[in-house]
Ligand binder design. Structure first.
Ligand code: AHG
Ligand code: MN
Ligand code: MN
Length: 339
């Protein structure tokens, strides 16, 4: 992996080389990451021409979490399933857009070890207005016997058990960022050759940044300590940046530093974002880049025991010093207000 960046290294080449560095690797995880890369390119093509073809718009249905589902969500969901099913390396999937897990029919001669969870299209309310959207994925080694179908228990694992996680940001350029627990690397899609190329090696989040990122419109719906912490961010002259696509907000935080918050509100007493499809994978990335990710109860996100597929969590993630200060603030504030 010591090649200089002036030589193009494609995602496929990078994951193959990473696999060779692990003598025990069988190539299955490599295959899965490649499948996700292919799905990302197909979704990217569709996102890019979304304004041209009549694929845009609400299809009238609501997803399980009660949000409006748009056509591109379903398209992305279908493409991820197709790509993951084809290679036979995946035992089954769970998606933000589907009520239940989907165990895959076994491919002859394959005994897949992994299951994949994903948010096929993150930030769907931004599609219609040409603002960046993303895809998030999380990979676990299954707990059930590899010779049979996967089951719910394979998916309800703590974030610390993730073997890989990542996201694709369909932004001003399209970038795929992933980790297998050995740092974080980013690959920008070169549309002229249709390949993700290594562009950001060993991403490290700055210790602090100049932005905080929260839906300030809900300020009055947050708990008192959260309101006071947000006041403090503003007092410290931090700028407010909020796109409303978690992938984009975390991506900016990863590169520029800062703190991202989605606390509980009256409408979402447990937070809005989904633990398995959004919080766990993004927390794995943030931690692997040197950051922190906790909930508003100050528990590490990746240590939360999931009880159901569509469980929600509050989240505070970002630069280590800033999340550390939030922890100190909440502890101090709670101690003072309970006296
Ligand atoms: P999704 O489009 O997958 O349902 O996710 C949207 C999420 C997330 O991307 C973003 O951080 C958050 O919803 C924004 O919610 P608010 O509009 O409530 O701020
Ligand atoms: Mn989402
Ligand atoms: Mn989504």
């Amino acid at each position: 992996m010591e090649r200089p960046l002036n030589r193009i290294v494609t995602l496929d080449e990078f994951i193959m080389r990473s696999q060779k560095e692990h003598s025990a690797a069988t190539g299955e995880l490599t295959g899965l990451l490649r499948d996700i890369g292919v799905a990302a390119k197909i979704v990217n093509r569709e996102v890019n021409k979304a304004g041209l073809v009549n694929i845009l718009g609400v299809d009238g249905a609501q997803n399980l979490s009660g949000d409006i589902v748009q056509k591109l969500d379903i398209y992305a969901n279908d493409k991820l399933i197709e790509c993951l099913q084809n290679s036979g390396e995946c035992a089954g999937i769970a998606s933000e857009e589907m009520q239940d897990i989907l165990p895959f029919k076994p491919v002859v001669g394959k005994h897949p070890k992994y299951v994949v969870l994903f948010d096929p299209l993150d930030g769907s309310s931004n599609i219609d207005v040409n603002v960046s959207v993303g895809t998030i994925f999380s990979i676990f080694r299954r707990k059930s016997d590899e010779t049979g179908p996967c089951n719910l228990e394979d998916f309800l694992q703590k974030g610390t058990e993730q073997v890989a996680a990542g996201y694709v940001l369909y932004g001003t350029s399209t970038i795929l960022v992933y980790t297998t627990g050995e740092g974080v690397n980013g690959f920008t899609l070169d549309p002229s050759i249709g390949e993700f190329c290594l562009s950001h090696r060993d991403i490290k989040i700055p210790d602090r940044g100049i932005y905080y990122s929260v839906n300030q419109g809900y300020y009055l719906k947050f708990d008192l300590e959260m309101r006071r912490f947000i006041d403090q961010c503003s007092d410290m002259n931090l700028g407010l940046r909020y796109i409303g696509t978690m992938v984009s907000d975390i991506h900016r935080t990863l590169f520029s530093g800062g703190i991202f918050l989605y606390p509980n509100t009256r409408k979402y007493p447990n937070g809005k974002l989904r633990l398995l499809y959004e919080c766990n994978p993004m927390s794995f990335i943030v931690e692997q880049a040197g950051g922190k990710a906790i909930n508003t109860g100050l528990d590490r996100i990746m240590e939360i025991n999931p009880e159901e597929l569509h469980q929600r969590a509050t989240i505070v993630a970002g630069s280590p010093d800033m999340v550390g200060e939030m922890i100190d603030f909440v502890r101090k504030y709670s101690a003072v207000s309970s006296v």
